[in-house]
Design a protein around this ligand. Structure first.
Ligand code: FNR
Length: 338
């Protein structure tokens, strides 16, 4: 196995080892005001939306995780099947490995095979040559491309990048690819001035991927190369980075630490167009199998529609009108930063 494939298998194993679904995060310190007499009826139609020109049954999706190894082929096959059956979008893990290891294509493409017509999002690192990014997007028949910006993770990885001059190459990808581009973090959040920069540079969407869920410093620390535990606290809490994106008036996705349908609603209330979930869905599959993930997602859809009714909402868009308030520790950060 190559070092890249090996790393992907280690990430899968460690994401499972450190998984703690009950872990508290910024969503717990954010609250939404609810009308006691909403005069609404729960209806799955209210949560349907559109993503990159295709209709989807919910505003939440499976965020980027796997590909590029034998085990991840199996995972991507299951995620492809589930996303097709549940009609939700699926982002694949970084395909930059294909630049050097073309024989790994099948471990990603299997998801497209299982979900030929659904929304599939490809993912590359910011230094992927634009010709390769185009090739990858074409091969996967992707509807959009995520570029991950993950400086903390790179530093945590002994074999990671140390030169973060990324923007020029990202511009080349943007200028040459005929697809929407999402710039995403991997669980440390994106600050206000970077969101403004990305907006100025006309990247289509920002996935703020804040802290509170998967922590890649912890995962890399688990690979036991050197102690990088001090990097674990470098993240911006998801609610804070989402408020920064809102303030910047950006088009954005909320993700990082989303654990349940109420977190999804809070993500929408913060102004996120869509809400991404990574490890919670992955672990449902890893621990309980494909059918369990399928049922989990079906339940989330029903529960999100229920929530829309009790919060008195006719549509997803109206979620931004909900009154929000914060517990003091979170409010304190917001007052200082946003
Ligand atoms: C990830 N994530 C990720 N992100 C990315 O842009 N490219 C990638 O290849 C991967 N790979 C990956 C593997 C595994 C096993 C996990 C758990 C996660 C990061 C992911 O998309 C997301 O941003 C973070 O996990 C935070 O979201 P959650 O897990 O808190 O919902």
């Amino acid at each position: 196995m190559s070092i890249r494939s090996e790393r992907k298998e280690e990430h899968l194993a460690l994401a499972q080892m450190f998984f703690d679904e009950k872990k508290k995060n910024s969503f717990d310190q954010m609250h939404l005001l609810r009308p006691a007499l909403p005069e609404k009826k729960a209806d799955l139609n209210t949560i349907k939306t559109e993503m990159f020109g295709k209709s989807v049954s919910a505003p939440f999706f499976i965020n980027a995780m796997t590909g590029g190894s034998k085990k991840s082929r199996k995972v991507n096959r299951a995620l492809g099947i589930v996303s097709e059956k549940q009609k939700i979008a699926l982002a694949l893990g970084s395909s930059s490995i294909l630049v050097k290891e073309k024989d790994q294509l099948d471990s990603f493409y299997i998801a497209r095979e299982e979900n030929p017509h659904g929304v599939l999002i490809a993912n590359v690192n910011p230094l992927t040559p634009f010709k390769d990014a185009i090739k990858i997007a074409n091969e996967l028949q992707a509807d959009a491309l995520q570029i991950h910006v993950n400086t903390v993770q790179e530093i945590a990885m002994p074999e990671g990048e140390r030169d973060f001059h990324w923007l020029d190459n990202m511009r080349e990808i943007r200028d040459n690819l005929d697809l929407p581009i999402i710039v995403k973090e991997v669980g440390f959040g994106i600050d206000y001035s970077t969101i403004q920069l990305l907006k100025r540079e006309h990247f289509d969407l920002v996935d703020i991927a804040g802290s509170g869920g998967t922590n890649f410093a912890q995962i890399e620390n688990g690979r036991n190369h050197r102690d990088v535990s001090y990097l674990q606290d470098l993240g911006l809490p998801t609610v804070v980075t989402a408020l920064m994106a809102k303030k910047a008036n950006a088009n954005f996705i909320v993700s990082g630490g989303v654990r349940n349908p109420l977190d999804v609603l809070k993500g929408l209330a913060l102004g996120g167009k869509y809400v991404g979930i990574a490890n919670v869905f992955l672990q449902e599959y890893m621990q309980n199998g494909e059918k369990a993930l399928l049922e989990r997602i079906q339940n989330w859809k029903i529960e999100l529609a229920n929530l829309l009714a009790i919060y008195g909402l006719d549509s997803l868009r109206d979620a931004t009108k909900l009154q929000q308030y914060y517990d003091f520790p979170l409010k304190n950060i917001i007052d200082q930063l946003v």
